[in-house]
Design a protein around this ligand. Sequence first.
Ligand code: MCN
Length: 788
Amino acid sequence: MAITQLVGAKIHRREDPRLITGGGRFTEDMIRVGTLSMVVVRSPHAHARITGINITQAQALPGVVAVLTAADFKSALSGTHPVAPAFVAEKHTIPERFPIAESEVAFQGEPVAVVIAENRKLAADGAAAVEVDYEPLPAVTDLLKALEPNSPKTHTNLVDNLGWDLAFTGEDTVKDAFASAEVVIKQRILQQRLAPTPIETRNVRAEYSPFDNELTIWMATQNPHLLRLFVSGALGMAETKVRVISHDVGGGFGSKVCPYPEDYLVAATARMLKRPVRWTETRTESLQTTTHGRGQIFDVELAAKRDGTFQALKVIQYLDVGAYIGTFGAFQTCACLLSGGAYKWPGGIAARTVGILTNRVPTDPYRGAGRPEATHLIERMVDLLASELKMDPAEIRRKNFIQSSEFPFTNNFGLVYDSGNYDGTLDKALQLAGYDDFRKRQEQARQQGRYLGIGLSTWIEICGFGPSAATAGATGGLGLTESAMVRVHPTGTAQVFVGSHAHGQGHETTFAQIAADTLGIPYDSIEIRHGDTGEGPAFGFGTYGSRSLAVGGMAVHKASGRIVSKALKIAAHLLEASPDDLVFDQGRFHVKGNPGSAKTMGEIAFAAYGPSLPEGEDHGMEAIAYFDPPNFVWPFGAHICEVEVDPATGDVAIKQYVAVDDCGNIINPLIVEGQLHGGIAQGIAQALYEEVVYDEESGQLMTGSLVDYLVPTAAEIPTPVLDRTITPSPSNPMGVKGIGEAGTIAASAAVINAVVDALKPLGINHVDMPASPDRLWKQIQQAQGGAR
Ligand code: MCN
């Protein structure tokens, strides 16, 4: 295979043999003699005052080395939990959060003490022996009631439960459009809380070396450099004295982006005790204390003309932020900014977000973060309008799409969609799904008492975070760029160190494809290294927001390009030619018209470390690049789901799932398809299965195990039919867009629209998620006149 064909090739992931044969390097697998184990004593209450902690009995147990409470960490850790973006602080309240509760707990599972022992079982025995006296306080459990003046407060020192209240655009924006609208549709749309549930739960292991005052932390994170920044700051250590290593990570889906209390507690304890300390989350702890996603209520109004032309939109987002504001929890407000979807809104969009504190675990980004919510709300509203106007859902979408000739397109909030062809993906998807034929099949099925439905979701997404100027406000002034460092060794093999950090996305394969093509070095001679702050560029921003290719991959491309520029000069020197007369082709430099005179990249690398260099040229073959894109990237697509609902049981069977997506130019179609499979599975999971449930009275988590929190298995998820169009992005030199979240962003709307379409003969025109059999059965019973 020619080197230049690697980008775009369907190459199997080089990570897979290691991962599927048990060769992964996960933090939990690391064994180091003398390592202590930490178990966290957690609050059983959603809200309570701590009136006393008795550690005497626990301390006396065999193998227990230390029992520590907030007081013990006061001098070891400074600062409170970091929160971004800045508007949160400007608009209202950020409750202070120390990693371990001092006098009051605000959600079930909040840490109140830690027990460190010679092994995990002894630490668990110790934790069971810690006696904590609580005075239970009323818990805030209902999102909207929490806003009422007489509601209990999430924390006793708060005057209300408002995290923030921000109008991105006021109601005035749409006043005229609504006043003159021929038709107005209103709907409340729920986004249930979800638990990200990565297969590898969180874990941290820390070792402190007192002689050189160095701390090494091994952990499952999506974001090693940011973790180093936060932990070194809290411990009052120089960033250079803390090293975060994160080898293989078994998924994260956004939940391993932010820092957690245990990250600080393990690090501080290792330093205090001068012994290695480890902590691994149990599955129940994961469901209880790892940040949740979604947890929102939207009140939406759509104004349109009778011919189906959209005019204006009003959106209010009520967002359950939980007991503390998550580090990136407010990012989910981007649902407001993208609520217009793939369509034009000449009469404007009024969007307001209200962040509400409750006595539950904080919410933070979960795959899609704000964008699945935006897609779900607008795609539901479009179907409701189509139904009201008796229009075809595909036709009404086409009528309002931003046209391919209108890109770059500035949306109602000033965001610039880079490129798109929304009709293209929809047309292809309709054809693949046999849409024209479907209505006939549906009618025949209805005559037999069967309920078939079809649902469309024409989604768009903002991703590839992102331009540092635009993201500085959200990151405490740092902005978001991404880095890569390429090192070509004298033998011509290369290492590429990247600041992004794959945890299932296959960067070791795709980034090697980019480097191989750009450097002209064989794919097998390129190693991609990530997840260790002790090597590579000084800073990286991690993997989330489908940014790694569009930002990090471009840094690989840029750094590799710098190597090629240097190699060109050395090649010219070796060939005694002018650089302008050289051609670089298939990893070889030769004089134009004389391919026989070539020098390979390997030969040039060897020469780069030797005595014969062009005048003024440095030795070595190393380059660092940071890529700061001029804009975000905007992938899009059309998903179509066909379902059959059994009215006797409320069960939904997915008969067919078609997805035609466009993520610009593609590095590896196999990996893109894999990302779509996983993403679609998570969107279907939200539509039909998963929901975090808390007891409404006490705030106790009711879904604390995988028996209660229903993650679907492969048996429930259909194999989707996938296809694509390619509309390159102008925001980066390779024309790529992200794909890591696309499936999740699109799928829930397609499934729910299909369920509603199926149940239309019963007069049902909206269904909340998850559309579980019991919920649907009750709705069907009610629709049929049965009082359930
Ligand atoms: N790719 C490509 N061509 C494109 C777009 C992407 O070949 N045009 C490839 C990339 O090179 C990369 C992969 O597809 O190997 C995903 O790239 P990208 O869209 O840039 O997304 P990220 O790598 O930044 O991954 C983040 C994204 C997010 S936000 C979540 S959440 C998520 C996801 O990826 N969590 C995952 N996919 C996951 N997959 C697994 N297995 N586990 C998770 O936790």
